[in-house]
Design a protein around this ligand. Structure first.
Ligand SMILES: Cc1cc2nc3c(=O)[nH]c(=O)nc-3n(C[C@H](O)[C@H](O)[C@H](O)COP(=O)(O)OP(=O)(O)OC[C@H]3O[C@@H](n4cnc5c(N)ncnc54)[C@H](O)[C@@H]3O)c2cc1C
Ligand code: FES
Length: 353
């Protein structure tokens, strides 16, 4: 075969593979990250305020990860964790929050056939290796990443015992309780669920949590997801009772931004070949301040979990909390996350893919 024919065949094969790959992902580029459009296959009402919906797509993700989605281009991106294991049909489970823009739409208006814009997967809430015994504590919709973990452990034949404590407002509001019951039954003693509801035992307070933890054997992993005060209590109690235990946390809501009145700091955004100055108030997050100044910057979860707001420093510094999803190597290269980043002095930066 002549070299020309071989080159022609290789070129044709490359084009065919590229077309197949782009069709499979249904992807287009937008906002610096690949955006796919997924179709909703079914919508199931789980509780008065929660729905699950299936999605007609395939995605490689790890248990505990999430996607960013928006139902319409006019809506903000929001993070939702998969509530099934990788390999099972994709499913997200969303609880309505009061006056919530996206959760209100998803729990009230979503119908089969709807098309959603999706980016991801993202997230570092991943099951570590070598766990020998685990305690999971979930509040409200914080049970979703644990469902993905539990389905995964079920698929692996329960390599270690797990206790799951859930907290919900009422028995009616317990998310996917029937599914958790079925997993517990199937696990043959390897999964023990303790469901606490405000209307039965009272809220999952520090005291109640403490008394529940007292009954447990020492785990090698404690993982928690839910309201921030609950997660703080879980961490404090676990580290007091089992010093040195690994504690993993997944936040669904951003920590409150405490903006002070003192003098602000001048920052410079490099965008479209221009230097765009703006002021950041004490304690204010850089993304918030940039928006106040009218600058449009990419963002997703807005709580340091997805990396969509990543910027690169040209000078100065932006302080980012340790738990944000930036590796030490990325920090050393000058990358920062402005949704949770704050400043003490002037800095110049640009958006980074
Ligand atoms: C990594 C990650 C994974 C997530 N996974 C899920 C999931 O699987 N299922 C799920 O239901 N949600 C999940 N969330 C929360 C979700 O991303 C949204 O924050 C939530 O749906 C509210 O968005 P909204 O647009 O409806 O509310 P907004 O319009 O943003 O907020 C309306 C009001 O509610 C408050 N608020 C916002 N979020 C919450 C909250 N979670 N609880 C109480 N008050 C809140 C706001 O401060 C505001 O006052 C996850 C969040 C993160 C960061
Ligand atoms: S928007 Fe997700 S990390 Fe900043």
């Amino acid at each position: 075969m002549s070299p020309v024919v071989i080159i022609a065949i290789v070129v044709v094969l490359i084009i065919v593979f590229a077309v197949i790959a782009s069709r499979r992902a249904g992807a287009s580029q937008g906002g610096g990250a690949a955006v796919s459009t997924w179709t909703v296959t079914e919508v199931v009402k789980e509780t008065p305020s929660t729905v699950s919906f299936g999605l007609d797509a395939t995605l490689d993700f790890q248990p505990g990860q999430f996607v960013l989605l928006r139902p319409e281009a006019s809506m903000p991106w929001r993070a939702y964790s998969f509530s099934r294991a990788p390999g099972q049909p994709l499913r997200l489970t969303v609880k309505r929050v009061e006056n919530g823009k996206v959760s209100g739409y998803l729990t009230g208006k979503l119908e089969p056939g709807a098309r959603l814009e999706v980016k991801g997967p993202y997230g570092q809430f991943l099951m570590p290796p070598n766990v020998t015994r685990a305690l999971f504590v979930a509040g409200g919709s914080g049970v979703t990443p644990f469902l993905s973990w539990l389905h995964t452990l079920d698929g692996r034949g329960w390599p270690f015992p797990v206790t799951l404590i859930t907290g919900n407002r009422s028995a009616q509001e317990q998310i996917l309780k029937v599914e958790l019951d079925a997993l517990e039954k199937k696990a043959g003693g390897k999964l023990a669920c303790v469901h606490v509801t405000d209307d039965a035992q009272g809220p999952l307070t520090k005291e109640l949590l403490g008394s529940l933890l007292e009954k447990l054997e020492a785990p090698s992993l404690v993982a928690t997801c839910g309201p921030e005060p609950m997660m703080n209590n879980v961490k404090e109690l676990a580290l007091t009772r089992w010093p040195g235990v690994a504690v993993l946390e997944e936040k669904f809501t951003a920590s409150a931004e405490v903006v002070g009145d003192g003098p602000g700091v001048q920052l410079e955004l490099m965008q479209d070949g221009k230097v765009k100055p703006f002021e950041v108030k004490p304690g204010e997050h850089v993304l918030h301040a940039a928006r106040r100044a009218g600058y449009d910057l990419p963002a997703g979860c807005e709580m340091g979990a997805c990396g969509a707001c990543r910027v690169k420093l040209h000078s100065g510094d932006i302080a980012v909390p340790d738990e944000a999803c930036l590796s030490d190597a990325e920090k050393a290269q000058g990358y920062r996350l402005i949704c949770v980043g704050s400043v003490k002095g002037p800095a110049r930066f640009e958006s980074a893919p």
